[in-house]
Design a protein around this ligand. Structure first.
Ligand code: SAM
Length: 283
């Protein structure tokens, strides 16, 4: 099933990449003010504090400004069960927080690659690695739709609130499958629609068009779409589990839904979830 068949109203790939790069480049440049305004998941700054996503003991060893820069919507480390010596890739590594936590989990004999397409974000992540004194990590420039990594080279793929931003999710999941070693696993936090957008007074295309792509909501897959694309890429043991739901306030703040009837916003909002997505590449 291609995204054309799924129809997420994806603008062109290059326009989408440009919009996302501009949005997250600005977030990276305003890192000194922590949230820099919007975060990925809520434009009112609600999800800014990574302490909501991570246990404070997980963050204790990192400098405060490094630990406080999260634009994620979950905690992929909590579902990745990383082991010493593993090789990990973080898709859309942002300021590097998950990569640093993964680097600690895999230890000095393991290694973490962060991949991001936004120059200012890569610069921030590299500065943060120095500040945090993490040496078993490298941040590579690249698109998650064409990973700068060889076939069968990675034990675990993590990602936090990024796959929803990809204009070609089928290609992104194919790439994740390609770079994983046989038996390797995927552990991703992402925005996922629980159910469908079929029974609303507006079409799915109209709902998505009213949302903000770079804010991580408009490009979210439904649970069924995620499962289908993962299975088509070759993954097995696929699980998509809801961890929390968006409030109408967060949705209205993040989009043009503010102008809608509050009852409709409510109906749309709690279908958008932060979910844990896990899958395995067969041996
Ligand atoms: C919502 S932020 C999440 C950052 C990080 N994972 C975190 O939890 O803080 C999305 C990040 O993914 C990057 N990104 C989005 N789409 C991408 C793509 N197609 N290829 C590579 N990087 C991408 C952005 O530049 C940004 O740094």
């Amino acid at each position: 099933m291609s995204l054309q068949k799924i129809d997420l109203s994806v603008p062109s790939i290059s326009d989408t990449h440009q919009e996302v790069q501009e949005y997250y480049g600005a977030r990276a440049r305003s890192a000194d003010s922590c949230c820099g305004g919007d975060s990925c998941c809520s434009s009112n700054g609600e999800s800014c504090g990574p302490l909501q996503l991570y246990d404070s003991s997980e963050l204790a060893a990192l400098p405060e400004d490094v630990a406080s820069f999260s634009l994620g919507c979950g905690n992929p480390l909590a579902i990745a069960t990383l082991k010493p010596s593993e090789v990990v890739v973080d898709l859309g590594s942002g300021g590097g927080l998950d990569a640093f936590l993964a680097a600690r989990a895999v230890g000095p004999t393991g290694f973490v690659y962060g991949v991001d397409m936004t120059d200012d974000m890569l610069a921030l992540a590299r500065r943060n690695a120095e500040k945090a004194g993490v040496s078993n990590v490298e941040f590579r420039k690249g698109n998650i739709e064409a990973l700068p990594l060889p076939d069968n080279s990675v034990d675990v793929i993590i990602s936090n609130c990024v796959i929803n931003l990809s204009p070609d999710k089928e290609q992104t999941l194919d790439e994740a499958f390609r770079v994983l070693k046989p038996g390797g696993r995927l552990a991703v936090s992402d925005i996922v629609i629980d159910g469908t957008l079929d029974d609303l007074p507006l079409s799915e295309v109209q709902v998505r068009a009213a949302l903000h792509w770079a804010g991580c909501i408009a490009g979210a897959l439904t649970r069924q779409q995620y499962q289908t694309l993962l299975a088509e890429a070759g993954f097995t043991k696929i699980q998509v589990e809801v961890q929390s739901r968006y409030s109408a306030e967060a949705m209205a703040g993040a989009s043009e839904l503010a102008a809608w009837d509050p009852a409709l916003v409510d109906k749309v909002a709690n279908r958008f979830t932060s979910s844990a997505v896990t899958a395995v590449k067969p041996e």
